[in-house]
Ligand binder design. Structure first.
Ligand SMILES: Cc1cc2nc3c(=O)[nH]c(=O)nc-3n(C[C@H](O)[C@H](O)[C@H](O)COP(=O)(O)O)c2cc1C
Length: 320
């Protein structure tokens, strides 16, 4: 299919795999891009060790980007914001330019218009995905020169938007407000949700959870199976920073729900949740009791662990 999204990104099918902390590596990202979508390396991509060093983090990214380039000559993306500490972004931008990466993901932490201009001067395409979509930040992204805007609904996995607005409501609101193409994120789980996104005005889809239960994803096998065996009603929702989080059941997730019920503050909940370290413990290491398993409400239709290329073929079957 040829569309504004495929033209801008130079890909075959308008489906983008969202970056997921700890849950991407070169093999996985290349599999998405080779299947005609756009793969994204995520924070800690290809790593199994926690580091707080900016230099180590950036060097790991460079090595993983090099590995992707050995596995595919198709486009793939890298997020610009992998920590609220902008020192990471400054160094990552240099690696992105040096390694010839053609697509980046930006968000609201990047306030510097000159960075957009720098990326554009290297023909790098900018996909903008704020945590919480609004008409104001969509218009601002457009004026900054973003090429594509991702409208994310509350259905999503990972850090969910601060406003409780589902994908069905947010996508048409944003699509009506801006001229750059809009891509729908949150709850994309099969061909029906993809078709619905297009009917709502999206010109592409952006998915995370859908890609975890795949042969190539680095998630622990028991986590992939848990996703296959679960549906949206199994998911636990609790307050944290910046707003809410979801997890499949497990000791930590159940404790967080109980702390939420008892009125602990969002920052106390966030501290107990343990951030990326406990996501790694739950999803990469497979300790689903002491870590958490963050996925979106679209998991109900995931019923088998499949290769990435079969998933893309299946969900995009009606998009011609
Ligand atoms: C386990 C997990 C980790 C994620 N980590 C990140 C991240 O580090 N950075 C980011 O921009 N988005 C992250 N996301 C969000 C995804 O890129 C994508 O927006 C989201 O998964 C879309 O919703 P879906 O899961 O319903 O498809 C994460 C999502 C999941 C499920």
């Amino acid at each position: 299919m040829k569309s504004r999204i495929t033209n801008i990104l130079n890909i075959e099918k308008p489906i983008i795999q969202g970056p997921m902390s700890w849950l991407t590596d070169a093999q996985f990202v290349a599999a998405v891009s080779e299947a005609g979508g756009l793969g994204f390396l995520g924070p800690n991509g290809g790593s199994a060790l926690i580091t707080r060093s900016v230099t180590d983090t950036i060097e790991r990214f460079r090595q993983e980007i090099k590995k992707i380039k050995q596995l595919t000559d198709k486009p793939f993306g890298v997020p610009l914001v992998i920590s609220r500490d902008m020192a990471y972004t400054e160094q990552l931008v240099e690696v992105i330019i040096e390694e010839g990466v053609t697509v980046v993901l930006a968000n609201e932490y990047i306030k510097d218009k000159s960075l957009y201009q720098k990326l554009k001067s290297h023909q790098i395409k900018i996909i903008y995905r704020p945590l919480t979509p609004t008409i104001e930040n969509a218009k601002e992204a457009e004026s900054f020169g973003a090429d594509i805007y991702v409208a994310t609904g509350f259905d999503e996995g990972g850090t969910v938007p601060e406003r409780v607005i589902g994908t069905f409501s947010i996508v048409p609101m944003i699509a009506d407000a801006i001229d750059i193409p809009v891509v729908a994120a949150g709850g994309i789980g099969d061909y029906r949700t993809v078709n619905a996104a297009f009917a709502l005005g999206a010109e592409g889809v952006f998915a995370g959870s859908l890609f975890i239960a795949t042969s190539e994803n680095p998630a622990a096998e028991n986590v992939k199976q848990k996703i296959v065996d679960s549906n949206a009603t199994d998911l636990l929702l609790f307050r944290t920073l910046p707003a809410y989080y979801r997890s499949l059941p497990g000791k930590l997730a159940e404790e967080l729900v109980e702390m939420d019920r008892q009125g602990y503050s969002n920052s106390e909940l966030s501290q107990y949740m343990g951030g990326g370290a406990n996501m790694k413990l739950g999803m990469l290491d497979g300790d689903t009791e002491n870590g958490f398993v963050s996925v979106g409400t679209g998991i109900s239709t995931i019923s088998e662990i499949k290769p990435v290329k079969n998933i893309i073929k299946d969900v995009m079957k009606d998009i011609q």
